[in-house]
Design a protein around this ligand. Structure first.
Ligand SMILES: [Zn+2]
Length: 360
């Protein structure tokens, strides 16, 4: 009897520990019909239905941010999906958890509404006019009792249906950065946009370090044809096909002119002090650098050179990675829980290449 009571106590404690996600409910609303993508703005509402207050991080790819990140799943009735044309970031949840400017606290019963313009973030040309189902990402990061970021999933209350009438405008022009890469032409060295001379010097020091990271990573993968701690730590269970994938990815990062003749843009109007950098995946060779980049060391964990590795893996033309997990702890956990995502996670490649602390 005493034994079964203590089991009940343990079960209740486990439930309390995971209550934070279950106490968040997410709704989405928007127009039922549009004829121009410019009119496709949806609103997400996150409600705290629990008895305790919750502190959340306004992470760019969550429904709490209006950033043009990949925050929605969109499906045409045919099953096809529009093309994602928005931004992928390197973001520090560790810094964000300590930065009051990027936190929002919801009291019990309170809610927060955010508008998201989907024009520019998604291009519906490929999937065409007709009906779409829109569902926001339910992933959020809360700040837990220890003061660190913790992943939770909200309960999704509904999805939203919208239809594009025949002849609708399904895409907007690409952003300005797309033009700068075309102007770059045949230049054989880095192009800097809106970067002070101090910043140009900092980037110029990070470039050869990133090039070295790529060649060292590739040499390592070519030399290690069986399981190794370094591969397993960042990418999960070893297999020869995984090694082949990694070799292909790193080979693509070693193309002529990689890093050395790319464009570095220091304007970063979308960033905050938790953001290192971002890219448009289709805009090969243009990296936008943000606040957190400038205070990072040249090499080592979450360094400038490592940030260049992270961003360069996002390009569709290279590895086409996403951001499934940010930070060393989460990246290590991802390698165990979802190794197929780990080989497509930008921070996992960054940490593999930075190799700090050094693994055999
Ligand atoms: Zn990223």
């Amino acid at each position: 009897m005493v034994f079964s009571l203590s089991l009940v106590t343990v079960t209740i404690a486990a439930l309390l520990a995971s209550v934070s996600g279950q106490q968040l409910r997410l709704k989405v609303s928007g127009p039922a019909q549009v004829s121009d993508i410019a009119d496709l703005t949806v609103t997400t509402t996150l409600i705290n239905t629990g008895a305790d207050k919750v502190t959340l991080i306004k992470e760019p790819s969550s429904a709490l941010s209006s950033s043009p990140a990949h925050s929605f799943n969109l499906f045409h009735d045919s099953g096809s999906t529009p093309e994602f044309t928005g931004i992928l970031y390197k973001y520090s949840l560790e810094k964000a958890a300590k930065n009051p400017e990027t936190l929002v606290t919801l009291a019990p019963g309170a809610s927060i509404e955010v508008s998201h313009s989907l024009a520019g973030t998604y291009n519906f040309t490929r999937s065409g006019s007709g009906s779409y189902n829109i569902s926001p990402s339910t992933l959020f990061y809360i700040v837990n009792a220890e003061g660190t970021a913790e992943q939770v999933h909200a309960v999704l209350q509904n999805t939203h249906a919208v239809s594009f009438t025949p002849g609708s405008r399904l895409a907007v022009s690409p952003p300005a950065a797309a033009r700068s890469i075309e102007q770059r032409g045949l230049s054989k060295r880095a192009t800097y946009s809106s970067c002070s001379s101090t910043r140009q010097t900092q980037i110029a020091a990070a470039i050869p370090a990133a090039v070295s990271y790529v060649s060292e990573s590739l040499s390592y993968l070519n030399a290690h044809t069986t399981t190794s701690t370094r591969v397993v730590t960042w990418f999960g269970t070893w297999s020869s096909s995984k090694r082949t994938t990694l070799v292909t990815q790193y080979t693509s990062l070693q193309a002529t002119g990689s890093y050395t003749d790319w464009t570095y843009d220091c304007a970063c109007t979308d960033g905050d002090s938790n953001t290192y950098a971002y890219v448009y995946p289709s805009q090969y060779g243009t990296i936008n650098l943000c606040d957190a980049f400038w205070s990072a060391p040249t090499t080592g964990t979450d360094s400038k050179a490592g940030t260049l590795i992270h961003e360069s893996t996002h390009f569709t033309k290279t590895a086409g990675t996403s951001d499934h997990a940010y930070g060393q702890t989460a990246a290590k956990a991802l390698a165990i829980s979802n190794p197929s995502h780990a080989v497509l996670n930008a921070d996992s490649h960054e940490y593999f290449s930075e190799n700090n602390p050094s693994l055999a």
